[in-house]
Ligand binder design. Sequence first.
Ligand code: GDP
Length: 537
Amino acid sequence: MTALPSDLPSPAAPTAAASRRTFAIISHPDAGKTTLTEKLLFFAGAIHLAGHVKAHGERRRTQSDWMEIERARGISISSSVMTFERDGLTFNLLDTPGHQDFSEDTYRTLTAVDSAIMVIDAAKGIESQTRKLFEVCRLRDIPIITFINKIDREGLDPFALLDEIESTLALDVCPITWPVGMGTDFRGAYDLRENRFLKSESKPGAADGRTIPCSGIDDPQLDALVPERILASFRESAALALSAYPEFDLASYRGGHLTPVLFGSALKDCGVEELLRALGRIAPPPRPQPAEPRTVAPEEKAVTGFVFKMQANMDPNHRDRVAFMRLCSGRLKRGMKLRQVHSGKTITLQNPIFFFARERQLADEALPGDIIGIPNHGTLRVGDTLTEGEELRFTGIPNFAPEILRRVRLDDPMRAKQLKRALEDLAEEGVTQVFRPILGSQWIVGVVGQLQLEVLASRIATEYKIAMGFEMAPFEMARWVASDDPAVLKDFIERNRGSMAEDRDEAPVFLARDSWELNRTIRDWPKLRFLTTRERH
Ligand code: GDP
């Protein structure tokens, strides 16, 4: 074991609640999230990469490759949660949906993590999707470790990349590893905190013998390993980096104000282990979760959790859904009964899914920070709080009033029933919101971004084999309507039948042509509440 770094603290023997690191990777498509995920699992010993060498070149891993690895190793890596263990810690990596899909689902997944890794392509710097996801992390002060990937290719100057993070994201930066040459000059990276040269080359996957402890960046050993020109340039820039940036500050990182930065190459296995170590040492254990009427601490004995994601169609032959719950406190055991707070219903956890590696699959206990899959037939909903009985509601799971409304055009009227089911399934997953106008038969979908419409159309086409399209709707805004006086509500609905719709729970929704109409209606009906999210009581 190499010495502990002076400024990256080693965790004390973790207590049960402190042994989890629940995190997500945020990035723009193509920055290397999939490759990095695979390498993190590999270095943690969770998978053996038969296809490791094949990863060279441009070959993309397909879903079936993942499935193959899953079957061989008995773990769920193509699914939304990947759990692995290392150094007595349990890491839960939550996947944020890939393929350009930027939906509410992505936001919600970030409510269930305690920290994030931001992957940046060294040639491209900060790209649009990374930025959006970063903003969501910032809303919740989620601490971020930055991994600047692909330094084995020609990229931007390291200082320029750090400047960009500082100026566009308003984050302090603290380099942890520094590139030793980039592109054709790439020879590896240097761990500035622990003084180790992370040599490139050699066989991929062979971590041994590639990490060379040094006395500092001037260590003469390096002269024998790195060509003179590349070494001179490295020493100059690394010396500048060491003097220009402050020491790592744990409180500042945990508060979401500073990001430690590692330069590396996921493809060439460079810096990945260091990333894993940093995650174990500095990333926060489960944090207290905001709830009404009180915040919940992970050390509490009673079990609490919230549902942040719903996945339907995991098995196309079953219409089952799996609710993903983040455990916030207590020890969850198989067979436990929990209360769904908003309905008062009791849910028995007969077959909770634990996303453990094979040897732990029979584990029947989960701890705060862990993610549990709960199979159900539609009882559970995104945003649900589950407790052992206490009236609690976890807050901060964002729900967005749709910004774009579209009518759904069905090409084959005989498929109306299938369309209904498809829309309801996908609404449940959080891909979209659906409204059924009281008059007329065309569904209206509501989304927060254009991309969601594309995802919706492609999933309906591929998973449900329904030919459909979108048309402009004569409405721009949707608001749930509620009132303490049922008679007033009924009167409002009667008078506005042409603008009323129901959501999938038959809750009334007012569709306004524009903001002027909405504002006038709000003024005219002071006894009604016009809500951007549905009231869940
Ligand atoms: P994702 O879309 O963010 O999941 O990105 P992928 O992991 O699929 O990677 C996108 C492309 O970049 C693939 O062709 C990878 O082989 C390649 N790639 C990923 N990491 C690296 C790296 O460190 N160096 C180089 N040269 N290519 C990489």
